[in-house]
Design a protein around this ligand. Structure first.
Ligand SMILES: Nc1ncnc2c1ncn2[C@@H]1O[C@H](COP(=O)(O)OP(=O)(O)OP(=O)(O)O)[C@@H](O)[C@H]1O
Length: 594
């Protein structure tokens, strides 16, 4: 069956459409359950108005047995619909969990989202709505008119009363929604902002403590916290007021319905059985509306979560499985790469072009802030705002499937973050540990002996090792992780920043090994000691390529440039000195002339 308009709209709506059979079944079970909910009322009517009048025990027995059977069917229907929904929830999670994880991770990388936690919160909210009380209200509400119709059948006054109270409840719900949603959202946003603020600052606990900044932090946090509390209490007090009104209306409706029934009995327009039955029916007629009112907030939240998730999945579509490629060989070409960042008026990279052939070692040099780290990220395709082309093996790097490409790339960022798990797991990139490869990578990074000195060797948990590892050692574990699995393109951002001479020698050896194995290496550094390994040099200056080419040519050009600059400077100085001499001479004449 083709999807109707709404369900064809997005990936998320298409997933929902795949649940049509389940929702149809829930609809059928809801119909059975709702129609059978009339049975206690009918039983009551029969007992009061027929059995008590006729005093027939046999009729009572027959009626009771039939009613019990109907109750069993009703309970079965309710149980079945819950079961179908719970299973649908699990299927929904299975269908979307991985997609949501990947999309939210990409969005986090692109610095446009709030990361996996929020997206999973959204998925949970949708699932809870679709499998819980919220959706029951939607399936039960359409049956409310049956109860109203039966009330009309008993007496029009009772029917009109049900309609009146339904309208009052709906109006109250609408009023509540209009006046409580905005403050509630503002309060929850403020609460999560305050939490995030504190968490971000606590990451620097050592700095805060060492310089006695905790007091200042507390003052900042308290200001935000007080604002949050104000918003929360405002939203809660409104919600409580509306709940109180809603209770008042519910109690009034029950008692007034009984009163109206009694009046009709007194006037001989209704039987006593009808009076009691109408009271039960009235509550039944209003129950779905009550439930809708109570779950409205859930619906609104689920709808917002749905919108957010829909946008996220739309922005980060699933990789096309037909785009599976052969492993890359490591040739990299950049054409007019412009990298910008939110909040910056000018781009960080302003049109960088270069070509790095396979098995070449390119060293990138440049002053601090010239864009070297940004270039490294652009080269491996993780800088979000890139214009121009970054081609790996002639294909745009963003078109590669990351999970497929990842094992072929090695990246060592400037700030090495290690993950929870053992040293071996960290080197093996959290995947299946291939011991031979882990040891090879550790040896290349010059780490093997050091790791063996740990009591648990490669199995030492990071938590335990953390205290034993120096900055340089952490960086070398990061290097081993980058080298693991023999990647074809290795980008190292200041790998020698924290290394001593021994560490640097190990690095030089590792780069030579990579080169011999035909791997492409890009190495960003401040330290000229490593230049010996370079085939090519790329010099960045304020986001532009100042020089790019074979190492010796670039160095010779630089030397020539420096010599020319020095000569020009010397000439300028000589010129200035002559001018000054001439000026002194002129100065001596001038007064005479005067
Ligand atoms: N995410 C970002 N958002 C905004 N600006 C950024 C971002 N990342 C880097 N920058 C800015 O871009 C410029 C270049 O940064 P980058 O880290 O690439 O330079 P670098 O040459 O590697 O510097 P260093 O040698 O000090 O590490 C800097 O001015 C930095 O402030």
């Amino acid at each position: 069956m083709s999807q109707p308009g709404f369900f064809a709209r997005s990936e998320l709506t298409r997933v929902l459409w795949s649940f049509r059979r389940e929702f149809f079944m829930v609809g059928i079970f809801s119909m059975v359950a709702n129609v059978l909910m009339l049975s206690p009322t009918l039983y009551m009517l029969q007992v009061y108005d027929r059995v008590l009048m006729s005093r027939s025990e046999l009729t009572l027995l027959a009626m009771s047995l039939i009613t019990l059977f109907l109750f069993a069917v009703m309970a079965f229907s309710e149980w079945m619909r819950s079961r179908v929904l719970v299973r649908s929830g699990l299927r929904l999670d299975a269908l979307l969990g991985t997609r949501v994880f990947n999309a939210s991770f990409d969005s986090y990388l692109g610095q446009q989202g709030s990361g996996p936690a929020r997206a999973f919160g959204d998925l949970i909210q949708i699932r809870q709505f679709l499998t819980g009380q919220g959706i029951f209200a939607f399936f039960d509400a359409p049956w409310a008119p049956i109860y109203v119709a039966v009330l009309f059948f008993l007496h029009p006054l009772l029917g009109w009363m049900a309609i009146f109270f339904s309208l009052v409840q709906v109006a109250l719900a609408w009023f509540g929604h209009r006046h409580t949603v905005a403050p509630a959202e503002a309060a929850s946003r403020a609460a999560s902002d305050t939490g995030a603020y504190l968490q971000a600052k606590l990451r620097n606990a050592e700095v805060l403590e060492s310089m006695g900044m905790v007091h200042n932090l507390r003052a900042h946090w308290l200001r935000r916290h007080t604002g949050t509390l104000g918003l929360q209490s405002q939203s809660q007090s409104l919600a409580h007021r509306i709940t109180a009104w809603s209770k008042f209306i519910r109690y009034s409706q029950q008692s007034l319905a009984l009163g109206a029934g009694a009046l009709l009995v007194i006037e001989g327009q209704l039987s006593p059985g009808g009076m009691i039955a109408s009271n039960v029916l009235m509550s039944r007629a209003l129950a779905p509306i009550d439930m809708l009112v109570n779950t409205w907030r859930m619906f609104i939240n689920a709808r917002s979560a749905f919108g957010r998730l829909e946008a996220l999945l739309g922005q980060y579509p699933e990789d096309d499985p037909s785009l599976k490629r052969v492993a890359p060989t490591g040739g990299l070409v950049l054409r007019d790469v412009v990298a910008s960042a939110p909040g910056r008026a000018t781009p960080i990279l302003k049109g960088v072009s270069t070509a790095i052939a396979q098995a070449q070692v390119t060293v990138v040099l440049g002053p601090s802030g010239s864009g070297k780290s940004t270039l490294a990220r652009a080269m491996i395709g993780i800088w979000p705002g890139v214009a121009g082309e970054v081609l790996l093996d002639g294909l745009p790097i963003e078109s590669w499937d990351r999970a497929e490409l990842g094992p072929h790339l090695g990246y060592l960022p400037q700030d090495v973050e290690l993950f929870e798990g053992s040293i071996a797991e960290n080197i093996a990139r959290l995947g299946e540990v291939d011991s031979a490869q882990v040891i090879a990578a550790a040896k290349s990074a010059g780490l093997h002996e050091m790791i063996l000195r740990f009591p648990k060797g490669y199995d030492t948990p990071m938590g335990e090792a953390g205290g034993m590892l120096s900055g340089g050692q952490r960086q070398r574990i990061g290097l081993a992780r980058a080298l693991y699995g023999e990647p074809v393109l290795v980008v190292l951002d200041e790998p020698n920043a924290n290394l001593d001479d021994v560490g640097e020698q190990a690095l030089v050896r590792a780069v030579h090994q990579l080169k011999e194995a035909g791997r492409t290496v890009v190495l960003i550094t401040h330290r000229p000691g490593i230049l010996a390994v370079a085939d090519r040099l790329l010099i960045l200056q304020d986001g532009r390529v100042q020089a790019d080419g074979p190492r010796d040519e670039v160095l010779a050009a630089l030397r020539a440039q420096q010599q020319a600059q020095a000569q020009a400077q010397a000439q300028a100085q000589q010129h200035a000195a002559r001018e000054a001499q001439a000026g002194q001479g002129g100065g001596a004449v001038a007064p005479q002339a005067a």
